[in-house]
Design a protein around this ligand. Structure first.
Ligand code: ADP
Length: 431
């Protein structure tokens, strides 16, 4: 009978320790600022432990510095704040990288146990916190209530040490990752600032060159005109032809410089944002193209109403001018342009589309055409400078929108711009 009760007690004890081990191994201490204290709280009562000490390992130091602790009263604690590595059982566990269990401490004469003996500790266990061969720290448990530990109790303390090691290791990795992310972020910001500066310098350079080129160009045009007017009789047909070519070239260069300056200005000036009526803008632009529309027998269908957007009015006019001008221009010879303009709200944005029945754009070229000077056709067939869509892309970007094209060769094109809806962006003023 006594034997049976003893077996039952032993079974219950094993069951309790097994439950405890499961809690130590499975409970998540990840968010706990002091997981070692939480682990100690979990095991101290069942294992009749009085205190724990945690020392982070400092490889260069000859001393151990107490990191966290629980269970030792202030007077006893003072002796544990800082220990010479070589003189304590904790240091020995660290240096040898192996757990140390000290039992019957009062009866022992081991000098490495002096500190424990001085505060009447009966048994203690010290564990090195080893992660991939690297020592992260030391964890010690001690008791004044019992003089020895059963092997399964040591196993539970060791499991706590392993759990703590993996948490510390994970935290270190996360901190290293966080540092790395911050460094990367900083580097990206520095590079972006450098790029921005270079791009601003380039734009300033481009602006001043374009500006300066206009003066000699004016001279060329002025004197060419003077030659035509004052010396027409002196020139033979060849001479006149040359002169007209000079004038046509100068004219083209003037348009190019004008467009470049427009593009450059768009990047440099401050834009004041307000509520802009796209409908009014479209009507204004179609007025400008009235002669062209009649000449080309074009039809333009506007699907009203078109919502208001939040943006910079003159830039929006400029962008729509470029889109409509292209829609009128890029049609096969002999085909009357048919243009459709409509808008749709998409969340906080308005997408305005300009669709034509023109020559279309092959998919592989669609990403190029928004870049400066990117043209898919010779100027003889379709005149232009290759800056119109670059202005559209830059303008849209400055207003916090997007632009794109859907097209196929010979099937017409649909260019779209997406801008913030008027009420959605009332907070933003300028960029
Ligand atoms: P430009 O009109 O002065 O040539 P853009 O920047 O406006 O310059 O357009 C770049 C190029 O994109 C054009 O040269 C043309 O090849 C192509 N493109 C633009 N709009 C259309 C369109 N509606 N249909 C077909 N191709 C177009």
């Amino acid at each position: 009978m006594e034997n049976r009760r003893s077996v039952e007690r032993s079974y219950e004890r094993s069951q309790r320790l097994f439950d405890l081990l499961t809690q130590v191994a499975c409970q998540s201490f990840h968010l706990d600022p002091h997981p070692e204290a939480a682990l100690f709280r979990l095991i101290c009562e069942p294992l009749r432990l009085d205190f724990y000490l945690h020392y982070p390992w400092q490889p260069e130091s000859h001393r151990l510095w107490l990191g966290s602790h629980a269970g030792l009263p202030e007077p006893a604690l003072a002796a544990f704040e800082s220990l010479p590595v070589a003189e304590s059982i904790l240091g020995a566990a660290g240096l040898e990288q192996t757990p140390k269990v000290a039992e019957n401490v009062p009866a022992s004469t081991d000098p490495q146990l002096n500190l424990f003996r001085a505060i009447q500790v009966q048994a203690a266990a010290c564990f090195p916190l080893l992660a991939d061969g690297e020592l992260l720290g030391l964890l010690a448990f001690g008791t004044r209530q019992r003089s020895s530990f059963a092997p399964d109790e040591v196993a539970i303390m060791q499991a706590s040490a392993v759990q703590l090691t993996s948490l510390l290791h994970r935290r270190r990795t996360e901190e290293a990752l966080c540092d790395l992310t911050q460094q990367l972020d900083l580097r990206v910001r520095e590079r972006t600032a450098q790029l921005l500066e270079t791009s601003e310098q380039m734009e300033a350079f481009c602006y001043s060159i374009s500006h300066d080129l206009r003066a000699p160009l004016r001279t060329i045009r002025g004197f060419s005109q003077a030659l035509v007017e004052d010396y027409a009789e002196v020139l033979d047909d060849n001479g006149k032809d040359y002169l007209h070519r000079v004038m046509a070239g100068a004219e083209k260069m003037d348009t190019l410089i004008h467009d470049l300056l427009e593009y450059s200005r768009l990047g440099r000036s401050t834009l004041t944002f307000e509520s802009v009526s796209l409908e009014a803008s479209i009507d204004r632009i179609l007025q400008q193209f009235a002669d062209d529309i009649v000449m080309k027998q074009a039809t333009v269908a506007i699907e009203r109403p078109i919502p208001q957007v939040h943006g910079h009015g003159p830039t929006i006019d400029q962008m729509l001018t470029n889109l409509v001008s292209n829609a009128l221009k890029f049609v096969p010879a002999g085909v009357a342009p048919r243009i459709r303009i409509w808008a749709a709200e998409q969340g906080d944005s308005v997408r305005l589309s300009v669709e034509d029945n023109g020559i279309g754009i092959a998919p592989e070229n669609q990403h190029k055409i928004f870049g400066v000077f990117e043209r898919l056709h010779g100027v003889d067939i379709y005149p232009g400078t290759g800056i119109g869509l670059a202005i559209v892309a830059k303008g849209v970007a400055r207003m916090g929108g997007r632009t794109g094209v859907e097209s196929a060769l010979g099937q017409g094109s649909r260019f779209w711009i997406e801008l913030p809806r008027a009420n959605a962006e009332s907070g933003r003023v300028a960029a």
